[in-house]
Design a protein around this ligand. Sequence first.
Ligand SMILES: [Zn+2]
Length: 349
Amino acid sequence: MPGILTGTALRAFVHALPKVELHVHLVGSASLPTVLELARRRPSAGVPTEPSELAEFFTFRDFPHFLRNYLAVTSLVRDARDIHTLVTGLAADLAAQNARYAEVTVTPYNHVLDGMPSDDLLTGLATGRAAARADHGVELAWCFDIPGEKGVVAGRETVVFALRERPEGLVSFGLGGPEVGVGRAQFAPFFTAAREAGLHSVPHAGETTGPATVWSAVHDLGAERIGHGVGAHTDPALLEYLAVQRIPLEVCPTSNVRTGQFASIAAHPVRRLLDHGVLVTLNTDDPPMFGATLDGEYVAVAETLRLTAAEIALLAKNAVEAAFLPSADKTALTAEIEEILLQDPELLA
Ligand SMILES: [Zn+2]
């Protein structure tokens, strides 16, 4: 069929698109060499210090197993230098994907609970963000999120920290961790406070549970964009609501497959979401842990769904639309995407 790209032409076209990443966790973005370096610095933390064992460590049986290992990696991050290393490592990886802007989820409660002075966290974020811009041409923004499994105590402390410190680049407030047994509604007061202070609401919902969690994120937490949200796919009324309200979903296909939510990209509901007019964006979540890249997510979805170049470009434009960026930046990025589309994609190969 005309317009459907494959192989080298597809990969070159995807790479040429200026991209926006809206769902990536700072700790989860650590590349294997970075994790290895941190693990060797702190061998007692229980994270493997040999490459082959670390690769095994990153093979997850299920979502709880993933979460346990993720928290073990979190415990390796202790000071401003570690945070700076994480941020600049992520920026280098984003630049390699031709990603220009990312909203990065940071979980202050976990770091501070692990003993990091909050000034170290803020300093590492600030210096890392400046270096990302200067050295890699990547603009970063922050989402401070509540680790849901730590309950309302973590919710309260996270919002107090976010609103007191309000670091430059902080644009949104989130909620992560497990969904089973961790109702969204209990965090409503913290989201209300964050929204009243001008932060955007972007909770995870519908990653490991169904439509009820997504409805709760919308009604109880005022979600303006939803982390994952794929659990909405079984509820036509919810799909229509998300489409009409233009509430974007931060879809992370490879992450969902690797944590066992879906057997394959082919079995993933991304097609159904698109068919219902939902504003789908593609993201990586915890890229090295899942063997994912942003280019790779676009390629995998395009190949599986047999998307045309225009449909792939639309996904990139969706991410721009869903970003909390000034409108002038959005206009410029969208224009650049349109320009790439006007070139013959075969010539990009
Ligand atoms: Zn996530």
